[in-house]
Design a protein around this ligand. Structure first.
Ligand SMILES: [Zn+2]
Length: 59
């Protein structure tokens, strides 16, 4: 299974796509980082892949 993650551009913290999808807009979980991350920040192909297979990404 393809792992889809997003890298915070400010601090490099890795965020799982399913967290982004659950929240749509979330503050970066990185310590002291104020960056706001969005599901839409993921590349289009990654978003499509995730949405097509989202049932497999539930934990
Ligand atoms: Zn960050």
């Amino acid at each position: 299974m393809r792992i889809i993650t997003h890298l915070c551009p400010a601090c490099g913290t890795v965020v799982a796509a399913n967290e982004l999808e659950n929240n749509r807009v979330m503050k970066c979980p990185g310590l002291g980082c104020q960056e706001v991350l969005r599901f839409e920040d993921l590349p289009e192909d990654a978003r499509e892949h995730f949405l097509k297979n989202r049932n497999r990404y539930q934990t």
